[in-house]
Design a protein around this ligand. Structure first.
Ligand code: SF4
Length: 450
């Protein structure tokens, strides 16, 4: 069969961050390898970097099956392309999957889709492709197949999902990644290859959907196999995309030892928590020595009460200490903050002041977003101001704020972004960015918002 794998674009405007942060489609590359092993011909299309439209690729490739994967804010594009594929050829098998499908499979159960995969078990896809789409007998198999939703006589049925053991994954097929050497940058690090060593996260922060992936079960790879994989990748930059790579001290120490023993020279990016960084100066020093360049750290807040409110199980002092240690050992700490819905003007200003005082150069701010499908998010249903999933991108308010009006909140938000961008420009970070375009857009945001 000819199978088309689709990862839609994230937005159709400036905030697609094209050329700035482009994420390798690793899950689709795992599926690519599995499908090839099963004898299928595969084509991958990544809307983030492609110039050709998805519809043109569907028309030209005429796939027998399409698998679409994305996040909640890509839902509109996922559905648009699924519908197009089915209209193009009603015999095309249309399968929806990815992170959004794990939490929100019901939202993807449309008449033009055939299956929704609710787990990371991509081995289910070739099993589904063996079933004749229009024959009754396929239901004998589907009834007992975990992890999937399927249509029967116009009604969607949903089977139980089970956690996936990440050690079952084979190596991804990175053909598409290597065919695009000028893409997949992470800020100033070009062509950064994604490596995943674990699914899910052992923590349970309330705002975070990551810890609900894989049914909340943290599963991780043998670290020697991870290092083997890194050694096989010719690119210099490696983005370890685990939700929290800096979790198990012994595992991280083994990783450092293996990288040294094998004399692997790379630059690394990883997510980690400030409590781990603060408590392990020796590890931070070693990680810096073996090439860790960015730690992506959810600092989240500068207000002590928020740590408990978010169930972060952390302290503000760790945030400060982690910044100090990263300065000391020359690792860039990308501090990620939540702009809570109860922010006042003073708190927007206070956050900027704190960032400046702590000489934090790399910063990302996200508007608090009760994620679609996340337990607890239903508490916000009466204050929702949008039903467009495309707004769930952390750049938009999806709820009425507690104190400020929507307009005042956005004005403060854009003003904070302008100050952060000007600060970054003064400090020479993100020099590769077209600041003018973004700042003009933020100013427009201030002027246009009511
Ligand atoms: S915010 Fe970070 S530490 Fe907390 S659950 Fe999510 S990924 Fe884990």
């Amino acid at each position: 069969m000819r199978v088309l794998l689709i990862h839609p674009e994230e937005a159709r405007n400036l905030y697609d961050f094209k050329g700035i942060i482009e994420n390798e489609c690793l899950d689709l590359e795992y599926l690519y390898a599995i499908l090839e092993d099963a004898g299928h011909e595969v084509l991958l299309w990544d809307g983030k970097i492609e110039n050709r439209k998805a519809a043109a690729v569907i028309d030209e490739y005429n796939p027998d099956a399409v698998f679409l994967s994305g996040r909640d804010f890509q839902e509109n594009f996922l559905l648009e392309y699924a519908e197009y594929a089915k209209k193009h050829n009603p015999d095309t098998v249309v399968i929806m999957g990815g992170l959004h499908a794990q939490l929100c499979h019901a939202r993807l159960q449309k008449p033009y889709a055939d299956y929704v995969l609710k787990s990371f078990d991509f081995y289910k896809v070739p099993e589904l492709l063996k079933l004749p789409l229009h024959e009754e007998e396929r239901y004998d198999v589907l009834t007992d197949m975990d992890d999937i939703c399927y249509q029967k006589e116009g009604e969607w049925l949903s089977n139980p999902a089970v956690p996936f053991d990440i050690n079952r994954l084979k190596r991804p097929n990175r053909t598409y990644f290597y065919e695009h050497p000028d893409n997949y940058n992470y800020l100033d690090l070009p062509h950064a290859a994604w490596v995943r060593t674990a699914y899910c996260c052992p923590y349970r922060c309330k705002f975070c959907m990551r810890n609900k992936m894989n049914l909340g079960k943290y599963t991780r790879r043998d670290i020697e196999d991870v290092v083997d994989e890194i050694a096989e990748i010719p690119d210099e930059n490696i983005y370890i995309v685990d939700d929290d790579f800096l979790f198990d001290e012994d595992r991280v120490r083994t990783f450092i030892r293996l990288i040294r023993e094998r004399e692997i020279r790379k630059r690394f990016i990883c997510y980690g928590r400030s409590d781990f960084i603060a408590a392990h100066e020796d590890i931070v020093k070693d990680l810096a020595e073996i090439g860790f360049y960015y730690f992506l750290v959810g600092l989240e807040t500068i207000r002590s009460g928020d740590m408990d409110k978010y169930n972060k199980r952390n302290e503000l002092a760790n945030n400060e200490r982690s910044i100090e240690l990263c300065h000391k050992y020359n690792v860039h700490l990308m501090g990620m903050f939540i702009l809570d819905l109860d922010f006042t003007r003073k708190e927007f200003k206070g956050l900027y002041r704190w960032i400046k005082d702590h000489e934090l150069k790399h910063v990302a701010v996200s508007i608090y977003t009760p994620e679609l499908g996340l337990p607890g998010s239903e508490a916000y249903k009466d204050r929702l101001i949008t039903d467009n999933p495309g707004d769930y991108d952390y750049l938009h308010l999806v709820c009425r704020p507690d104190i400020l009006s929507v307009g005042a909140y956005y004005r403060n938000y854009y003003w904070l972004l302008i100050k952060l961008f000007l600060k970054a420009k003064r400090e020479g970070v993100y020099d590769f960015l077209d600041y003018g375009t973004y700042i003009r857009d933020f100013v427009k945001g201030i002027l246009c918002v009511k």
